[in-house]
Design a protein around this ligand. Structure first.
Ligand code: GLT
Ligand code: MN
Ligand code: MN
Length: 391
């Protein structure tokens, strides 16, 4: 029995657009044939995935008639049920059609914004019909190149109005949907509004129904901006706002590569899995482990399934590595090695008593400065776990 083989309990999901990616890029045409969504579901189930996610137009072509839509959705529903899969998340494509060239919810033309709202309401009905409980918003076109085209404050307000409108729509319909907002710094726009996890977390606090809304961070997006993804995700978890996650890999400073999970920056991938799986003993993330990535353009269909299996296998290997690392006695000793834990409670809240106790402490900055912290040793042990030579 392969202990790294994915099971349903791992909650691994893929978007139809990920394994279905035909390998088109700005410089070259598709290299793979389109795959039927029903076939994708069946193949994902075979390789051990748990869920499949979709944009409205990954399944129902833009402009399809109502009867065509119902037939396609009915067939897909049957394929999902027959393969024992679930549809945990749905979203709207608000970026491919030229109508969204100036954005969707933030576009200057109110007719474009109305069209975006209508398309999203339809996509929410579709997601609900398929059983989704998370609805993702990736505002890929919500941005600008010619920044004078709108006051960014209007973009923020329009985006807020749209999310508030859609929260009310969901409540009015009785849909069981939570929203997950996905930040990205740039691409396809020169600059995208709400570029980081932190921008989104604050924006959520300004909504009418903040409890309905969290974030969907993506490895590639924070890494493009040179940020630490695990730190951003940790802040979202600490705020109780990690509603969904997009796992992939990325080199700093490049275009959005959406590579196989763990194929770049293994150390960040290790720290991320350690955080999500709570191997230090802290609560773990319990939502879908979703891969928003695609196979290299060099691959045929066999390479696509190698890619998908690789994402899940690497995640499980890193999880095993993180558990072993956190169970290592030397690691635990290094992490506990602070001399004065007993004063920690004094620092957690203000009272006159705490303030005066802090004033009375014997604090010797020179002695504190001289103390080595052992982080070189700690990091080397972590590297040896990642490299598989320890534990
Ligand atoms: C698109 C984008 C992703 C988003 C998807 C959801 S679509 O592939 O690059 O980051 O998560 O809209
Ligand atoms: Mn994504
Ligand atoms: Mn991406």
């Amino acid at each position: 029995m392969d202990s790294f083989a994915p099971t349903k309990e791992d909650k691994f999901s893929f978007g139809l657009w990920t394994v279905g990616n035909p390998g088109r890029d700005p410089f070259g045409d598709a290299v793979r044939e389109p795959m039927d969504p029903c076939y994708i579901v069946q193949k994902l189930a075979e390789i051990g995935a748990w869920g499949v996610n979709l944009h409205d137009n990954d399944l129902v072509p833009f402009g399809a008639s109502a009867s065509e839509r119902d037939r396609i959705v009915g067939d897909f529903r049957k394929a999902v049920d027959a393969s024992g899969m679930v549809v945990p998340m749905a979203t709207t494509n608000l970026f491919t059609h030229p109508v969204f060239k100036d954005g969707a919810f933030t576009a200057n033309d109110p007719k474009v914004r109305a069209f975006a709202l209508r398309k999203t309401m339809d996509a929410m009905d579709l997601g609900t019909e398929l059983g989704a409980s998370t609805f993702v918003f990736w505002g890929g076109r919500e941005g600008a190149e010619a920044d004078a085209c709108r006051d960014p404050r209007d973009a923020v307000k329009r985006f807020r109005d749209a999310i508030n409108f859609l929260c009310e729509y969901v409540r009015d319909q009785g849909h069981n949907l939570r929203f997950a907002l996905e930040p990205k710094p740039n691409e396809p726009r020169g600059d995208i509004y709400f570029p980081t996890i932190g921008h989104m977390l604050h924006f959520i606090t300004t909504l009418d129904h903040p409890d309905m809304v969290g974030v969907n961070p993506e490895v590639a997006h924070d890494t493009m901006a040179g940020l630490s993804f695990s730190q951003g995700v940790a802040q979202a978890m600490e705020a109780g706002k990690l509603y969904h996650i997009d796992l992939n890999a990325q080199k700093i400073g490049r275009y959005d590569q959406d590579l196989r999970f763990g194929s770049e920056d293994l150390k960040q991938a290790f720290l991320l899995v350690r955080l999500l799986e709570g191997t230090t003993g802290r609560p773990c993330y319990d939502g879908p482990r979703h891969f928003d990535a695609h196979a290299y353009r060099t691959e045929d269909e066999a390479g696509v399934w190698d890619f998908a299996a690789g994402c899940m296998r690497t995640y499980n290997i890193l999880c095993e590595r993180a558990k072993a690392f956190d169970a290592d006695g030397e690691v635990q000793d290094l992490l506990k090695d602070q001399e004065s834990w007993e004063i920690d409670p004094l620092l957690q809240s203000y009272s006159r008593d705490n303030a005066s106790k802090i004033r009375g402490l014997d604090l010797d900055p020179a002695a504190l400065s001289r103390r080595g912290l052992g982080y070189e040793r700690l990091d080397q042990i972590m590297i040896e776990y990642i490299l598989g030579v320890r534990g």
